[in-house]
Ligand binder design. Structure first.
Ligand code: NOJ
Ligand code: CA
Length: 678
């Protein structure tokens, strides 16, 4: 029988065309040998790469190349002219973050290829292999036949071997990054934003993303056929999706690759490692903090950004909010609608906004000073309606004003439908752009750099996606970039119970999100229910990382919930360490974080629409005895029928104990561990 099968295979092989000559050019492995990459050129001189994990093919031969709008493609006729390799093992400290120290441990190969055809253009492929990630990027040296690269498309492919499921957020739709995740077979991926996460049937997780997105356009990923995926760059109004003078480097194309969901989350440190170190020097002026806002009322439509009877940003209300913040230990107050320009259809134009003039019922200097006296820092707000042609020439004056007043943080906003960014073109005319095109990539960095000059931190909404640039610019503290709490005010539909368990293993792989948790009323606009239990609102402070966290609800709703409010008062925002204790994409995330500079831990857990249970060791706790302050779903809690049922209890534990909790449908759990000494 065996001989017959062998013969049959040989006969079949004879019928197939001769395989192209594949010269393996260069190979590399990760430090522990788990991940391996091969860069090859084939008989046509095409460059391919492939990846294996523990010897098993993961990414099959996938092409690398470029299309240009004004020059022949770079895809074939490449020959290797130079190669180099190196290993790096270093660690560095985050000024704020999920971990204090980050280890940067990788093996790198760099291969320079040159076309043998008449243009002789060169490109260098640099690949880094970490134990839990593979990343590569292209370097274009200065060269006569490619002085300017007008890139029509990047031809990078990702040929996933094997079947599995994907969690993906559609690209190029009106609401930008704010869509619920699709969960489909890999073969049913459409055109996705990144991070795009897949889980193969053998349990291997891969998240595709990019790192160090600078002066380029953002990468999306589209399915070609079966498991073959390809990069799709975000378009621009001028033709080429990217236009750069050589020399330049592209962003890193990153695959976080792990054996389970918890380690996938931890692998996001590699995104930071792939970015340049801090360029700002001393950033002690960047402050992680919890903040309140004149904000939720607008989303509930009980207050307005615009002037008139419902105007939220009045001097009197701001002072009341400062008193509330100070009384509860919150050190920031965001005020939206403080400035002129919100009357009428602000969404449509953006050219009505002033970034320096207040509405007459708002005394900006008075409010800022009142807050500072009480230790509550004013957080400015610049909504632009994505009209950067209007904003760019005016933002400097706005930042100057805030700096003079002593304001050290600004939230920006780019509300418009996708493709509706208005930018000034080189031709002096307004061009319409995408939120993640090269123009916006440049714009966001310009804002962050201008803000840094004035010691101001930036929290961007409707942002460019996070690719780890907070390492280089630590004043880029947070951003939105997915459906946050506001969707629970007015969203159709509201965020479903699995939303945050999806976010942890997708959007959050990019970096912090200003989700704005903590709505203890559990009610959106017109008293419509939020699909969450009370305990879950607390868990979000741990599970959805951001160094600035809002206590988003109205003061009266906090006053009505003193027990749960205590957790929001106690919870930290800056961490020495983070460990994902358990998790499955879209089902469950249990995360432990150690407070920066303090012997204190927190655990947050979120589930989905089903009842979930977890049972995790507390071995992360240091020596000695601890008081666990537990906020868990009541035994009959359920987001549909009994969302407010919460149990607040205390237990004595040590590192030898376990934490076993039930998460209600739509629920969560939040625990603070206070050291009681030895
Ligand atoms: C959308 C932002 O996400 C939200 O937080 C803000 O209140 C509005 N835009 C208005 O700027
Ligand atoms: Ca689920």
């Amino acid at each position: 029988m065996m001989r017959f099968v062998t013969k049959l295979l040989l006969a079949l092989a004879a019928l197939l065309p001769a395989p192209a000559l594949a010269d393996t050019v260069i190979r590399a492995t990760s430090p522990d040998g788990t991940l391996a990459l091969a860069l090859t050129t084939n008989g046509e001189g095409r460059i391919n790469y492939s990846v294996t994990r523990a010897g098993k093919p993961l990414i099959g031969d996938s092409q690398l190349g470029f299309l240009f709008t004004d020059a022949p493609q770079m895809l074939r006729h490449f020959t290797l002219v130079d190669q180099a390799s190196r290993s790096v093992d270093e660690s560095w400290e985050q000024p704020w973050g999920e971990w204090r120290r980050v280890r940067n441990h990788y093996n790198e190969i760099a291969a320079t290829f040159e076309e043998t055809s008449k243009l002789h253009r060169r490109m260098r492929v640099v690949a880094r292999l970490f134990d839990d990630a593979v990343a590569f990027r292209f370097e274009f040296p200065r060269q006569p036949n490619l002085a300017t690269a007008n890139i029509a498309e990047e031809l990078t492919q990702f040929r996933v071997v094997g079947n599995g499921e994907a969690w993906w957020d559609p690209a190029f739709e009106s609401n930008r990054e704010e869509y619920l995740y699709n969960r489909t077979p890999i073969a049913s991926i459409g055109t996705a934003q990144t991070p795009l996460t897949i889980r193969l049937t053998d349990g291997t997780h891969i998240a595709f993303h990019e790192a160090a997105l600078v002066d380029y356009s953002a990468m999306n990923i589209a399915k070609v056929e079966g498991g073959l995926l390809k990069a799709v760059l975000t378009p621009s109004s001028i033709g080429p999706k990217v236009s750069r003078e050589t020399p330049f480097v592209t962003p890193w194309r990153v695959m976080l690759i792990t054996g389970d969901a918890p380690s996938l989350y931890a692998a996001n440190a590699e995104i930071l490692n792939l970015n340049e170190p801090n360029k700002l020097g001393d950033v002690s002026w960047v402050h992680p903090r919890k903040y309140v806002g004149i904000w939720w009322g607008m989303h509930l439509d009980t207050q307005s950004w615009s002037s008139g009877a419902k105007h939220g940003a009045t001097t009197a209300y701001a002072k009341k909010m400062i008193d509330f913040a100070a009384a509860n230990g919150f050190t920031g107050l965001l005020v939206e609608g403080w400035n002129k320009g919100w009357d009428g259809d602000w969404f449509a134009t953006g050219d009505t906004f002033s970034f320096t003039e207040t509405y007459p019922d708002f005394d900006l200097p008075g409010v800022v000073a009142y807050g500072l006296k009480k230790g509550v820092h004013f957080i400015g707000h610049n909504e632009t309606s994505a009209n950067i042609a209007w904003y760019e020439p005016r933002m400097g004056a706005g930042f100057d004003m805030f700096q003079k007043l002593g304001v050290d943080a600004i939230k920006t906003g780019y509300v418009s439908d996708a493709g509706g960014v208005q930018a000034m073109g080189a031709d002096g005319k307004i061009h319409f752009e995408w939120h993640e095109g090269q123009v916006m990539v440049r714009h966001h960095l310009k804002v962050v750099e201008e803000a840094a000059k004035r010691h101001i931190a930036i929290d961007a909404h409707e942002p460019i996606k996070d690719t780890g640039l907070r390492r280089t610019y630590p004043n880029w503290v947070s951003r939105e970039g997915q459906r946050g709490m506001e969707y629970n005010a007015w969203g159709v539909p509201k965020n479903p119970p699995e939303h945050e368990a999806n976010l942890v293993f997708t959007r959050m792989l990019g970096g912090p999100m200003d989700f704005t948790p903590g709505v203890l009323s559990l009610m959106g606009r017109g008293n419509t229910p939020i699909l969450s239990t009370l305990a879950k609102q607390l868990a979000l402070y741990i599970v959805i990382y951001s160094p600035i966290q809002m206590a988003a609800d109205l003061p009266e709703n906090y006053a009505a919930n003193p027990g749960p409010l205590q957790f929001i008062k106690d919870v930290a925002v800056d961490w020495d360490d983070t460990r994902v204790l358990a998790g499955e994409v879209g089902d469950l995330a249990v995360i432990a974080r150690k407070t920066r500079g303090k012997n204190e831990w927190f655990v947050g857990a979120v589930g989905d629409e089903a009842e979930r249970r977890f049972d995790v060791p507390l071995s992360f706790l240091g020596k000695g005895r601890w008081r666990a302050e537990i906020y868990r779903d009541g035994d009959t809690a359920d987001y549909r029928t009994n969302p407010r049922s919460i149990v607040m209890e205390q237990r004595r534990v040590t590192a030898a104990d376990r934490l076993a909790l039930r998460i209600a449908p739509g629920g969560g759990a939040a625990v603070r561990f206070v050291s009681l000494g030895r």
